[in-house]
Design a protein around this ligand. Structure first.
Ligand code: GLU
Length: 324
Protein backbone atom coordinates (compact mmCIF):
# COMPACT_ATOMS: atom_id res chain seq x y z
CA UNK A 1 0.00 0.00 0.00
CA UNK A 2 1.41 3.42 -0.88
CA UNK A 3 1.19 6.18 1.71
CA UNK A 4 0.05 8.89 -0.71
CA UNK A 5 -2.86 7.78 -2.86
CA UNK A 6 -4.22 11.10 -4.03
CA UNK A 7 -4.05 9.49 -7.40
CA UNK A 8 -5.59 6.05 -7.60
CA UNK A 9 -2.79 3.47 -7.62
CA UNK A 10 -3.92 1.27 -10.51
CA UNK A 11 -1.20 -1.36 -10.00
CA UNK A 12 -2.19 -1.71 -6.38
CA UNK A 13 -5.88 -1.92 -7.32
CA UNK A 14 -5.15 -4.65 -9.90
CA UNK A 15 -3.08 -6.68 -7.43
CA UNK A 16 -5.65 -6.30 -4.67
CA UNK A 17 -8.58 -7.38 -6.87
CA UNK A 18 -6.63 -10.45 -8.05
CA UNK A 19 -5.47 -11.36 -4.54
CA UNK A 20 -9.02 -11.13 -3.12
CA UNK A 21 -10.45 -13.29 -5.94
CA UNK A 22 -7.71 -15.87 -5.50
CA UNK A 23 -8.11 -16.03 -1.75
CA UNK A 24 -11.91 -16.22 -1.88
CA UNK A 25 -11.95 -18.96 -4.53
CA UNK A 26 -10.61 -21.39 -1.90
CA UNK A 27 -12.94 -20.31 0.91
CA UNK A 28 -14.73 -23.37 2.40
CA UNK A 29 -17.72 -21.44 3.80
CA UNK A 30 -19.65 -20.11 0.81
CA UNK A 31 -23.13 -19.53 2.33
CA UNK A 32 -26.38 -20.99 0.97
CA UNK A 33 -27.69 -20.31 -2.52
CA UNK A 34 -31.24 -18.92 -2.59
CA UNK A 35 -33.98 -21.56 -2.54
CA UNK A 36 -36.61 -19.06 -3.74
CA UNK A 37 -36.68 -20.48 -7.30
CA UNK A 38 -35.45 -23.91 -8.45
CA UNK A 39 -33.25 -22.16 -11.06
CA UNK A 40 -31.51 -20.12 -8.33
CA UNK A 41 -31.16 -23.16 -6.06
CA UNK A 42 -29.28 -24.95 -8.87
CA UNK A 43 -26.54 -22.29 -9.23
CA UNK A 44 -23.00 -23.50 -8.48
CA UNK A 45 -21.86 -21.69 -5.31
CA UNK A 46 -18.18 -22.00 -6.25
CA UNK A 47 -18.43 -19.15 -8.76
CA UNK A 48 -17.01 -15.76 -7.87
CA UNK A 49 -16.42 -12.56 -9.87
CA UNK A 50 -15.15 -9.10 -8.90
CA UNK A 51 -15.04 -6.10 -11.25
CA UNK A 52 -14.08 -2.50 -10.50
CA UNK A 53 -14.52 0.41 -12.91
CA UNK A 54 -12.71 3.61 -11.93
CA UNK A 55 -13.86 7.16 -12.65
CA UNK A 56 -11.35 7.24 -15.54
CA UNK A 57 -12.89 4.11 -17.03
CA UNK A 58 -10.09 1.73 -16.03
CA UNK A 59 -11.37 -1.79 -15.30
CA UNK A 60 -9.77 -4.13 -12.77
CA UNK A 61 -11.40 -7.55 -12.67
CA UNK A 62 -10.79 -11.13 -11.58
CA UNK A 63 -12.68 -14.43 -11.41
CA UNK A 64 -15.92 -15.24 -13.25
CA UNK A 65 -16.43 -11.70 -14.46
CA UNK A 66 -18.13 -12.48 -17.75
CA UNK A 67 -20.58 -15.02 -16.34
CA UNK A 68 -24.14 -13.60 -16.35
CA UNK A 69 -26.39 -13.80 -13.26
CA UNK A 70 -29.82 -12.28 -12.66
CA UNK A 71 -29.55 -8.91 -10.95
CA UNK A 72 -32.77 -9.45 -8.93
CA UNK A 73 -33.17 -6.69 -6.33
CA UNK A 74 -30.25 -4.67 -7.72
CA UNK A 75 -32.72 -3.73 -10.48
CA UNK A 76 -34.57 -1.67 -7.84
CA UNK A 77 -31.72 0.86 -7.93
CA UNK A 78 -32.09 1.40 -11.67
CA UNK A 79 -35.89 1.53 -11.52
CA UNK A 80 -35.74 4.14 -8.74
CA UNK A 81 -33.26 6.24 -10.73
CA UNK A 82 -35.58 6.14 -13.71
CA UNK A 83 -38.60 7.06 -11.60
CA UNK A 84 -36.73 10.01 -10.05
CA UNK A 85 -35.67 11.17 -13.47
CA UNK A 86 -39.24 10.94 -14.76
CA UNK A 87 -41.30 12.06 -11.76
CA UNK A 88 -38.83 13.90 -9.49
CA UNK A 89 -39.90 14.31 -5.86
CA UNK A 90 -43.42 13.04 -6.62
CA UNK A 91 -41.85 9.60 -6.03
CA UNK A 92 -41.79 10.34 -2.29
CA UNK A 93 -45.55 10.76 -2.19
CA UNK A 94 -45.77 7.03 -2.99
CA UNK A 95 -42.85 5.55 -1.04
CA UNK A 96 -40.88 6.51 2.08
CA UNK A 97 -37.12 6.64 2.67
CA UNK A 98 -36.71 4.72 5.93
CA UNK A 99 -35.03 1.37 6.63
CA UNK A 100 -37.78 -1.12 7.38
CA UNK A 101 -36.37 -3.41 10.07
CA UNK A 102 -38.69 -6.09 8.66
CA UNK A 103 -38.10 -8.66 5.90
CA UNK A 104 -37.99 -7.21 2.36
CA UNK A 105 -41.34 -8.79 1.47
CA UNK A 106 -43.15 -8.20 4.77
CA UNK A 107 -46.90 -7.85 4.46
CA UNK A 108 -47.40 -6.70 8.05
CA UNK A 109 -44.89 -3.87 7.53
CA UNK A 110 -46.90 -2.57 4.56
CA UNK A 111 -50.16 -2.90 6.46
CA UNK A 112 -48.73 -1.14 9.52
CA UNK A 113 -47.74 1.82 7.35
CA UNK A 114 -51.08 2.17 5.59
CA UNK A 115 -49.86 0.96 2.20
CA UNK A 116 -47.00 3.50 2.11
CA UNK A 117 -43.89 1.32 1.69
CA UNK A 118 -40.95 2.12 3.94
CA UNK A 119 -38.44 2.46 1.09
CA UNK A 120 -38.00 1.71 -2.64
CA UNK A 121 -35.67 -1.25 -2.02
CA UNK A 122 -38.13 -3.48 -0.21
CA UNK A 123 -40.56 -5.31 -2.48
CA UNK A 124 -43.72 -3.21 -1.91
CA UNK A 125 -41.65 -0.06 -2.53
CA UNK A 126 -40.24 -1.52 -5.73
CA UNK A 127 -43.74 -2.55 -6.88
CA UNK A 128 -45.02 0.99 -6.38
CA UNK A 129 -42.05 2.36 -8.35
CA UNK A 130 -42.81 -0.07 -11.19
CA UNK A 131 -46.45 1.05 -11.04
CA UNK A 132 -45.29 4.66 -11.54
CA UNK A 133 -43.06 3.68 -14.46
CA UNK A 134 -46.01 1.88 -16.09
CA UNK A 135 -47.70 5.29 -16.48
CA UNK A 136 -45.14 5.91 -19.20
CA UNK A 137 -45.67 2.61 -21.05
CA UNK A 138 -46.85 3.18 -24.59
CA UNK A 139 -49.06 0.13 -24.89
CA UNK A 140 -49.55 -3.43 -23.65
CA UNK A 141 -46.78 -6.02 -23.67
CA UNK A 142 -43.60 -6.35 -21.63
CA UNK A 143 -42.13 -3.07 -20.45
CA UNK A 144 -38.44 -2.60 -21.08
CA UNK A 145 -37.68 0.58 -19.15
CA UNK A 146 -34.95 -0.88 -17.01
CA UNK A 147 -33.44 -2.81 -19.93
CA UNK A 148 -33.27 0.35 -22.04
CA UNK A 149 -31.80 2.32 -19.15
CA UNK A 150 -29.14 -0.35 -18.62
CA UNK A 151 -28.29 -0.53 -22.32
CA UNK A 152 -27.81 3.23 -22.25
CA UNK A 153 -25.54 3.07 -19.18
CA UNK A 154 -23.49 0.11 -20.40
CA UNK A 155 -23.25 1.47 -23.94
CA UNK A 156 -24.32 -1.91 -25.35
CA UNK A 157 -27.33 -4.21 -25.24
CA UNK A 158 -25.52 -7.56 -25.24
CA UNK A 159 -27.46 -8.81 -22.22
CA UNK A 160 -30.85 -10.45 -21.90
CA UNK A 161 -33.67 -11.34 -19.56
CA UNK A 162 -33.24 -14.89 -18.24
CA UNK A 163 -36.54 -16.25 -19.57
CA UNK A 164 -36.46 -19.43 -17.45
CA UNK A 165 -36.10 -17.41 -14.25
CA UNK A 166 -38.73 -14.94 -15.42
CA UNK A 167 -41.28 -17.70 -16.09
CA UNK A 168 -40.46 -19.49 -12.87
CA UNK A 169 -40.87 -16.37 -10.73
CA UNK A 170 -44.10 -15.33 -12.48
CA UNK A 171 -45.56 -18.64 -11.29
CA UNK A 172 -44.21 -18.28 -7.76
CA UNK A 173 -44.85 -14.58 -7.02
CA UNK A 174 -47.50 -15.27 -4.39
CA UNK A 175 -46.12 -12.91 -1.74
CA UNK A 176 -45.39 -10.17 -4.26
CA UNK A 177 -48.93 -10.47 -5.61
CA UNK A 178 -50.28 -10.22 -2.07
CA UNK A 179 -48.16 -7.09 -1.49
CA UNK A 180 -49.37 -5.54 -4.74
CA UNK A 181 -53.02 -6.25 -3.85
CA UNK A 182 -52.52 -4.80 -0.39
CA UNK A 183 -50.93 -1.65 -1.83
CA UNK A 184 -53.87 -1.41 -4.24
CA UNK A 185 -56.37 -1.75 -1.42
CA UNK A 186 -54.72 1.30 0.17
CA UNK A 187 -54.96 3.18 -3.14
CA UNK A 188 -51.21 3.07 -3.78
CA UNK A 189 -51.21 1.01 -7.00
CA UNK A 190 -52.90 2.23 -10.17
CA UNK A 191 -52.19 -0.48 -12.72
CA UNK A 192 -53.51 -4.07 -12.73
CA UNK A 193 -51.59 -6.27 -10.30
CA UNK A 194 -50.62 -8.72 -13.08
CA UNK A 195 -49.03 -5.94 -15.16
CA UNK A 196 -47.05 -4.64 -12.20
CA UNK A 197 -45.85 -8.13 -11.25
CA UNK A 198 -44.83 -8.94 -14.83
CA UNK A 199 -42.80 -5.74 -15.19
CA UNK A 200 -41.21 -6.16 -11.75
CA UNK A 201 -40.30 -9.83 -12.25
CA UNK A 202 -38.89 -9.00 -15.67
CA UNK A 203 -36.52 -6.36 -14.30
CA UNK A 204 -35.37 -8.82 -11.60
CA UNK A 205 -34.60 -11.43 -14.29
CA UNK A 206 -32.22 -9.21 -16.26
CA UNK A 207 -28.93 -11.10 -16.43
CA UNK A 208 -25.66 -9.15 -16.36
CA UNK A 209 -22.04 -10.11 -15.79
CA UNK A 210 -19.98 -8.40 -13.06
CA UNK A 211 -18.23 -6.38 -15.73
CA UNK A 212 -21.55 -5.15 -17.16
CA UNK A 213 -23.02 -4.43 -13.74
CA UNK A 214 -20.00 -2.35 -12.69
CA UNK A 215 -20.32 -0.36 -15.93
CA UNK A 216 -24.08 0.05 -15.46
CA UNK A 217 -23.59 1.66 -12.05
CA UNK A 218 -21.17 4.34 -13.24
CA UNK A 219 -23.79 7.08 -13.26
CA UNK A 220 -24.07 6.56 -9.47
CA UNK A 221 -20.38 7.20 -8.98
CA UNK A 222 -21.04 10.93 -9.50
CA UNK A 223 -18.60 11.59 -12.26
CA UNK A 224 -18.16 15.34 -12.40
CA UNK A 225 -21.48 16.82 -13.32
CA UNK A 226 -19.98 19.60 -15.43
CA UNK A 227 -19.95 23.32 -14.83
CA UNK A 228 -23.38 24.11 -16.28
CA UNK A 229 -26.32 25.76 -14.54
CA UNK A 230 -27.90 24.10 -11.52
CA UNK A 231 -30.76 23.01 -13.78
CA UNK A 232 -28.37 21.28 -16.22
CA UNK A 233 -29.71 17.70 -16.70
CA UNK A 234 -26.34 16.10 -15.84
CA UNK A 235 -26.26 17.99 -12.55
CA UNK A 236 -29.83 17.06 -11.77
CA UNK A 237 -29.02 13.43 -12.51
CA UNK A 238 -25.93 13.61 -10.27
CA UNK A 239 -27.97 15.07 -7.40
CA UNK A 240 -30.55 12.31 -7.73
CA UNK A 241 -27.76 9.70 -7.91
CA UNK A 242 -26.42 10.94 -4.56
CA UNK A 243 -29.86 10.44 -3.03
CA UNK A 244 -30.16 6.97 -4.51
CA UNK A 245 -26.76 6.15 -2.99
CA UNK A 246 -27.95 7.36 0.43
CA UNK A 247 -30.79 4.83 0.26
CA UNK A 248 -28.37 2.12 -0.84
CA UNK A 249 -26.38 2.80 2.32
CA UNK A 250 -29.35 2.79 4.68
CA UNK A 251 -31.64 0.24 3.00
CA UNK A 252 -29.59 -1.67 0.39
CA UNK A 253 -28.85 -4.94 2.19
CA UNK A 254 -32.19 -5.99 3.67
CA UNK A 255 -31.93 -6.41 7.45
CA UNK A 256 -28.14 -6.51 7.20
CA UNK A 257 -27.81 -2.87 6.11
CA UNK A 258 -26.41 -1.64 9.43
CA UNK A 259 -23.77 -4.34 9.67
CA UNK A 260 -22.87 -3.86 6.00
CA UNK A 261 -22.36 -0.09 6.49
CA UNK A 262 -20.20 -0.88 9.53
CA UNK A 263 -18.06 -3.46 7.75
CA UNK A 264 -17.85 -2.03 4.21
CA UNK A 265 -18.75 1.67 4.58
CA UNK A 266 -20.00 2.04 1.00
CA UNK A 267 -23.49 2.39 -0.52
CA UNK A 268 -24.42 -0.91 -2.13
CA UNK A 269 -27.37 -3.01 -3.26
CA UNK A 270 -27.61 -6.77 -3.12
CA UNK A 271 -29.77 -9.31 -4.94
CA UNK A 272 -30.74 -12.86 -4.03
CA UNK A 273 -28.77 -14.34 -6.93
CA UNK A 274 -25.64 -13.24 -5.04
CA UNK A 275 -24.80 -10.03 -6.87
CA UNK A 276 -23.76 -6.77 -5.21
CA UNK A 277 -23.23 -3.32 -6.71
CA UNK A 278 -21.23 -0.85 -4.59
CA UNK A 279 -20.30 2.77 -5.16
CA UNK A 280 -17.16 4.66 -4.12
CA UNK A 281 -18.33 8.24 -4.78
CA UNK A 282 -16.25 10.09 -7.41
CA UNK A 283 -13.85 7.15 -7.56
CA UNK A 284 -15.17 3.76 -8.68
CA UNK A 285 -18.03 1.31 -8.96
CA UNK A 286 -17.65 -2.29 -7.84
CA UNK A 287 -19.68 -5.35 -8.86
CA UNK A 288 -19.18 -8.65 -7.12
CA UNK A 289 -20.94 -11.96 -7.53
CA UNK A 290 -20.84 -15.00 -5.27
CA UNK A 291 -24.14 -16.95 -5.23
CA UNK A 292 -24.03 -18.21 -1.62
CA UNK A 293 -25.97 -15.96 0.77
CA UNK A 294 -25.69 -15.16 4.47
CA UNK A 295 -28.58 -15.28 6.97
CA UNK A 296 -29.84 -11.85 5.81
CA UNK A 297 -29.90 -12.90 2.14
CA UNK A 298 -26.76 -10.97 1.13
CA UNK A 299 -23.88 -12.59 -0.73
CA UNK A 300 -21.61 -14.00 1.98
CA UNK A 301 -18.34 -13.92 0.06
CA UNK A 302 -19.37 -10.88 -1.97
CA UNK A 303 -19.69 -8.90 1.26
CA UNK A 304 -16.36 -10.24 2.49
CA UNK A 305 -14.70 -9.28 -0.81
CA UNK A 306 -16.08 -5.73 -0.57
CA UNK A 307 -14.97 -5.44 3.04
CA UNK A 308 -11.42 -6.45 2.08
CA UNK A 309 -11.29 -4.26 -1.01
CA UNK A 310 -12.62 -1.20 0.82
CA UNK A 311 -10.11 -1.74 3.64
CA UNK A 312 -7.13 -2.24 1.31
CA UNK A 313 -8.02 0.74 -0.91
CA UNK A 314 -8.99 2.89 2.10
CA UNK A 315 -12.41 3.46 0.49
CA UNK A 316 -15.30 4.58 2.70
CA UNK A 317 -17.99 7.23 2.55
CA UNK A 318 -17.02 7.99 6.15
CA UNK A 319 -13.60 9.32 5.11
CA UNK A 320 -10.11 8.02 4.47
CA UNK A 321 -7.76 6.86 7.22
CA UNK A 322 -4.60 7.55 5.22
CA UNK A 323 -3.96 11.29 4.90
CA UNK A 324 -4.58 12.70 1.44
N1 GLU B 1 -37.26 -11.36 -7.47
C1 GLU B 1 -37.04 -11.45 -6.08
C2 GLU B 1 -38.30 -11.09 -5.30
O1 GLU B 1 -38.94 -10.17 -5.64
C3 GLU B 1 -35.90 -10.52 -5.73
C4 GLU B 1 -35.53 -10.59 -4.31
C5 GLU B 1 -34.19 -9.99 -4.01
O2 GLU B 1 -33.25 -10.02 -4.80
O3 GLU B 1 -34.11 -9.48 -2.89
O4 GLU B 1 -38.71 -11.71 -4.35
Amino acid sequence: MTSDRNILDIDFLDKTVRAIAEDISTSPDRGEVSQFLPELAAIDPRQFGLAVVTADGYEAAAGDIDEAFTIQSISKVFALSLALETFGDEVWTRVDREPSGDPFNSITDLERHGGYPRNPFINPGALVIVDMLLDKADGPGPTKFVESFLAEQIGADDFAVDEAIFESEIGLSHTNRALAHLAKSFGNLNHPVDDVIAAYVRQCAIALSCRQLARAGRYLMLERAGAGAATDPSRRRARQARRVASLMLTCGQYDGSGDFAFRVGLPAKSGIAGGLLAIVPNTATIAVWAPGLDANGNSLLGTLALERLAEAMDWSVFGAVERR
